[in-house]
Design a protein around this ligand. Structure first.
Ligand code: GLN
Length: 476
């Protein structure tokens, strides 16, 4: 059976109508994983035995005529910075090579309660730091659309696993674009919810005021199903809130789409612009009204992000010191004093990019520089948030490209970190403002995918996803 085009809802139907068993279903996915993963390196670990046992249980339930939830028996992949009890959680870093998670992240607990089969942990840039999938200590992940190209990052494994049909859905995390940008590069959908709508309990922290967990999949319905399960206030994460949703729209005629002019200026590949403009025309022809808007502080977004994010990274990653967590050189003969335990352990087990971020962040937080960098960046962050609030008084939703370029070649941006940072220029603002944003496939350049981003007001996910669904209808 060709699973590649089936949605979770369709698979669910096949299961309850007994046209396929949960064991057969899992078997098909495992076969694809075994064939594709050696080339792509999307998965770091597969839980085949547990998966099969779980699928057997689902089949028994169906046999007995018990009701099953829509996610029951559906294989899901989890980014390896999300804790799964009693399994390794490396966060893509050598320093956590032997770390076994003592509990389930809230999102995992919720998926398990619905009977989803957590089939494996996916590769990522170390500590979710990166835009290409090349910064993992466990090897690069390749783009399933063309193995010479990067899949984007940092949720590289989750995006590649979905794009290569190894799983129908996966979870990633997004601090500055890490769900949307790899979704764009791999030709799938990636959704970053509003900050505070999904619990971060059990997510290895990168930058706590920006991080958010979200789903990756092939159609908006699947994204919605997963989001509905994982969202909600959690007493284990005090930044989560309960909220009521903005009403959904059923017709594009009722929707006003804003096009921020600053997202179509310098640095955006001309071919990307053309594709996005074509999609804007599609919206217009389908009845949506289109209006140009301005987000005047957009130019400062990347700099602001790289100050706040590195500051929080330096503080969050201070716990990997060779004493509290993870691997340590404390017992090594080379070490003669406490300070060297810290220095040598971090030198040995943390990657170059992670060290660069820690140093930048520590610098931004230092006495004498704090006011000039961190404090100033927090003020600009507020201005960026206000830009969006103002725009959403005029329009319902914003439309931009997801990434300024199509996927780039493996190795192409490794020499110059700034070119790598540019990959996030269109995604970081949604994190700084805490807004929900989704990347949808919009077209191709030389057979490489290009994504389109929709950004909604805070806690408007129902509405945002309904617009994404309408867009999907135009394009399929
Ligand atoms: N690529 C961005 C960075 O390197 C975003 C990472 C993320 O969203 N986790 O910081």
């Amino acid at each position: 059976m060709d699973l590649s085009s089936l949605s979770v809802g369709e698979i669910h139907k096949l299961l309850i109508q007994k046209e396929i068993s949960a064991q057969e279903l899992l078997g098909e996915y495992l076969e694809i994983i075994k064939k594709e993963n050696p080339k792509i390196n999307a998965f770091l670990e597969i839980f085949e035995e547990e998966g099969i046992k779980q699928a057997q249980e689902v089949d028994k339930k169906i046999e007995k005529g018990d009701k099953i939830s829509i996610l029951e028996g559906i294989p899901v992949a989890i980014k390896d910075n999300i804790l799964l009890a009693n399994k390794r959680c490396t966060a893509g870093s050598k320093i956590l090579e032997n770390y076994i998670a003592p509990y389930d992240a809230t999102v995992v607990k919720k998926l398990k309660e619905k009977g989803a089969i957590i089939i494996g942990k996916t590769n990522l840039d170390e500590f979710a730091i990166g835009s290409s999938g090349e910064f993992s200590a466990y090897g690069v992940t390749r783009n399933p659309k063309n193995l010479e190209y990067v899949p984007g990052g940092s949720s590289s494994g989750s995006a590649a696993a979905v794009a290569a049909d190894m799983v129908p859905i996966a979870l990633g995390s997004d601090t500055g674009g890490s769900i949307r940008q790899p979704a764009s590069f791999c030709g799938i959908i990636g959704f970053k919810p509003t900050y505070g709508s999904v619990s971060r309990f059990g997510l290895v922290a990168m930058s706590s005021s920006l991080d958010q967990i979200g789903p990756l999949g092939k159609n908006v319905e699947d994204i919605k199903i997963v989001y509905e399960v994982i969202r909600g206030k959690d007493e284990m994460d005090s930044t989560t809130v309960s909220f009521s949703q903005k009403p959904v729209k059923e017709r594009l005629e009722e929707i006003k789409i804003g096009i921020p002019k600053e997202y179509f200026t310098k640095g955006i590949d001309q071919r990307v612009k053309e594709i996005i403009k074509d999609r804007i025309k599609d919206f217009e022809l389908s009845g949506a009204s289109i209006e140009e808007v301005s987000l005047p502080h957009t130019d400062y977004a990347l700099a602001t992000y790289y100050i706040i994010m590195t500051a929080e990274v330096s503080s969050n990653l201070a716990r990997y010191d060779g004493i509290k967590y993870g691997k340590s050189l404390a017992e090594s003969d080379k070490i003669t004093n406490l300070l060297d335990v810290y220095f040598e352990t971090r030198k040995e087990f943390l990657g170059e990019e992670v060290k660069r971020r820690i140093m930048l962040g520590t610098y931004c937080l230092s006495v004498g520089y704090y006011e000039a960098y961190y404090l100033q960046a927090q003020k600009v962050r507020t201005l960026i948030k206000k830009d969006f609030e103002k725009a959403f008084k005029k329009v319902d939703i914003l439309l931009t490209p997801t990434s300024p370029t199509p996927p780039f070649k493996l190795g192409e941006r490794l020499e110059n970190p700034l070119t790598m940072y540019m990959a996030d220029v269109l995604t970081v603002s949604a994190n700084l403002a805490g807004l929900p944003a989704i990347s949808l496939p919009a077209g191709e350049i030389d057979k490489l995918p290009v994504g389109l981003q929709l950004i909604g007001p805070a806690f408007s996910e129902n509405f945002l996803l309904s617009v994404a669904q309408l867009a999907q209808k135009i394009w399929t």
